[in-house]
Design a protein around this ligand. Structure first.
Ligand SMILES: Nc1nc2c(ncn2[C@@H]2O[C@H](COP(=O)(O)OP(=O)(O)OP(=O)(O)O)[C@@H](O)[C@H]2O)c(=O)[nH]1
Length: 321
């Protein structure tokens, strides 16, 4: 052992300087130590709290995780680390007076450790660290992840679900329909003679037309479980869970009429109607049938092809094979 002795006041200096709240309680929850960090963030000088029961100072802590962890430490000698996700800010501690006025507490990580002090019975040490920066960073990362996730599932031009989203939703709804023995319908929707529209008005106006049609068709859907996606260039798809063949025809007719209502002028002479129209192919998996997604998509594609062959601006159905 070296003979070096600590300078006087070393412990007090350390306690006053550490970037951490340090509180010591005796066996009756009375505050035996309250460091300078606590004075700054709780707005309470040590003199006002020493000797007082912590749970009288902060009655809101009674019955909470901090309370039971203190009891555990004092009665059983077990320490606890309170999970930040469950105990975001148990103590009324604030970065500064403005944050206190706004009621914005520091995010806290709290550790409670039993202390065996010779001749003084069991005490416990509560250490509180400010984890606000880490929590804010975590929240930002989570938000960014959500934005990225929504971007990977949204079509860049129209903002509706993209093909990847469609594929995932189709598999999910197919499984759900099989499990629940319910019907599932799929509509394939294609803008008629869109090549002429693009060639005549230009690609930019073509894009505007796609945006308008996508928004109008998405508004036809009323139930949260329905999904409208951009399937390819000028082709859209609608997944309609719990929808039988007759209901699917009604939806498809709604889609066709809604497009006409937009009254977007088509190229004179290149299209039978004066305005932009769509053809719709329908396929339905009847309640109780066990099909796969490819069979339903294949049938809706055939139905769409039939609608095009029969003159466009119409609705056709085909049975899945
Ligand atoms: N402006 C624009 N045009 C697109 C986009 N994606 C696909 N297209 C165009 O959509 C047109 C599709 O043409 P076709 O597949 O020949 O079909 P169509 O002219 O609509 O004829 P039918 O489907 O038989 O009625 C092509 O001219 C593509 O260039 C897009 O994102 N923006």
């Amino acid at each position: 052992m070296s003979g070096a002795t600590a300078p006087a006041g070393l412990l007090e200096g350390v306690l006053a300087s550490i970037n951490l709240g340090a509180v010591v309680l005796d066996g009756a929850h009375r505050v035996a130590l309250w460091n300078d960090w606590m004075r700054r963030h709780a707005g309470a000088p040590a003199a006002g709290v020493l000797g007082r029961d912590l749970f009288e100072l902060y009655p809101a802590l009674r019955g909470q995780r901090v309370h039971s962890a203190v009891e555990q430490a004092l009665r059983n000698g077990f320490g606890s680390l309170l999970s930040q996700s469950l105990n975001k800010a148990p103590f009324p501690l604030f970065a500064d007076a403005q944050a206190a006025a706004r009621g914005e507490r520091l995010q806290q990580a709290v550790e409670i450790t039993p202390l065996a002090l010779a001749g003084a019975g069991r005490h416990c040490l509560i250490q509180i660290s400010d984890v606000s920066v880490a929590v804010a960073r975590e929240r930002l990362l989570r938000e960014q992840a959500m934005v990225l996730r929504s971007q990977t599932f949204a079509d860049g031009l129209t903002g509706i679900a993209n093909r990847r989203h469609f594929d995932v939703a189709m598999e999910r709804e197919q499984r759900r329909a099989k499990r629940g023995g319910s019907a599932l319908s799929l509509l394939m929707i294609d803008i008629d003679n869109f090549k002429s529209y693009n060639d005549h008005y230009g690609h930019q106006q073509g894009d505007q037309c796609l945006i308008q049609v996508a928004a109008a068709l998405a508004a036809v859907l009323k139930r949260p479980c329905d999904l409208m996606a951009r399937y390819g260039g000028e082709e859209f798809a609608m997944i309609l869970p719990d929808t039988d063949a007759a209901q699917a025809v009604l939806m498809a007719e709604g889609v066709r009429l809604r497009t006409i209502e937009l009254a977007i002028a088509h190229v004179p002479g290149m299209h039978r109607e004066a305005c932009v129209t769509v053809s719709v192919g329908i396929a339905t998996q009847p309640a109780g049938a066990a099909l796969d997604a490819a069979a339903l998509i294949g049938a809706a594609d055939r139905a769409l092809y039939l609608a095009k062959r029969c003159g466009r601006n119409r609705v056709e159905s085909q049975p899945p094979l």
